[in-house]
Design a protein around this ligand. Sequence first.
Ligand code: 13P
Length: 257
Amino acid sequence: MSTKKRRKVIAGNWKMNMTPTEAKELAKGVYEQVKGKKGCDVVVCVPFVDIPAVAQIVKGTIIKLGAQNVHFEEKGAYTGELSADMLKAVGCEYVIVGHSERRQYFAETDQTVNKRALAALNAGLKVIICVGESLQQREEGVTEELVRMQTKIALRDVTAEQMANVVIAYEPIWAIGTGKTATADQAEEVCGQIRKVIGEVYGEAVAEATTVQYGGSMNAKNCEELLSKKDVDGGLIGGASLKAPDFAVIVNAATKG
Ligand code: 13P
């Protein structure tokens, strides 16, 4: 059982994988593997079209449902987008905001990430806000400055009360889908810097209560070491979340320590 005050959150980001039929099977598999687990929140963030199928499977279980993006307006002429109210209406409790793939391929900026986070929080969703540096930025030695800036801007106008519904995911871009995980010490260092900036904005109590995840090639083999670090409160998992047994190993590791 965790001795930390913070909620640990293990979230699968299925990205653009799984048709509704496949999603149902995977959700069933995850349920079978994680049922009865205590000590961490388990979330699956699935493609929009899979939400109804997965909602049916996870309803009433410990698994919480999430989406991978949300628009910042409540309604209107935004072709292809979905509002926070729509996500809530189909059973989502969480939404990922500002994933580096959205920033890289869909021109998300720190400002739109902030707007999306606010829209989601104001609608009563929990948000997983992603921050993280590229390899070049790490090599230039600006990781801390960058992650501080991303975190601060993403949280602009978010109240201290709303911080109870915020998870920050530190996802170094160079570690995503590459099999190159940050070392546990690197993950701990940046997660600690994120907690520090939260403390500067909201005070120590909020910083200590906020869940800060690591994401980037976290898998069944490396999860235990990463999750043993004091400032790493969970994981945002891509590839390994598509295999129920691997995802369950990560959930297990999070319930331990
Ligand atoms: P991988 O676990 O596949 O590296 O993906 C991490 C990620 O981007 C989760 O959001």
